[in-house]
Design a protein around this ligand. Structure first.
Ligand code: HEM
Length: 128
């Protein structure tokens, strides 16, 4: 059964998304296993990353942020599958902390899961 709502609406719309991004960002920065990926980047860039990621996760991404783009965006970062899992877990926790329903959390994770192959150990794409 579909609720007829977009995922963005399902998680609670703009104010909820803002709170989720903040919470997600705090969790990422507090995780010593993820520090190396964001070292040397300023807070603004990290937060804009978390926002971009949540936007993609909620299906609100424009054509710019498709799987096709995820390879080049993460090329050379050597993101392993375990780190990818951790980022997804932090997002799931941030959603749950905001009382998002488990079925909605699962939908969000499924969207990101589809990008794993593009992001984990992403290689630069020649000609781009
Ligand atoms: C799970 C799905 C993910 C999505 C949808 C996503 C989205 C993006 C996007 C759109 C960019 C390019 C734009 C920008 O820099 O803001 C990017 C860059 C980046 N991503 Fe991700 N990302 C994901 C997972 C990850 C993971 C798992 C890590 C690390 C463990 C990561 C670390 C980074 C870093 C370090 C950059 C470069 C940021 C910079 O240069 O400031 N991303 N990501």
């Amino acid at each position: 059964m579909s609720t007829g709502q977009t995922l963005y609406e399902e998680v609670g719309g703009k104010p909820a998304v803002k709170a989720i991004v903040e919470n997600f960002y705090d969790r990422i920065l507090a995780d010593p296993n993820l520090t190396r990926f964001f070292e040397g980047k300023d807070m603004k860039r990290i937060k804009s990353h978390q926002r971009a990621l949540v936007t993609v996760a909620l299906g609100g991404a424009s054509e710019t942020y498709t799987g096709k783009m995820m390879g080049p965006a993460h090329a050379g970062l050597a993101i392993d599958s375990g780190s990818f899992d951790r980022v997804l877990q932090h997002l799931a926790d941030a959603l749950t902390a905001r009382d998002v329903r488990p079925i909605t959390v699962e939908k969000v994770l499924a969207i990101l899961e589809a990008l794993r192959k593009d992001i984990v150990q992403a290689q630069p794409v020649l000609g781009q």
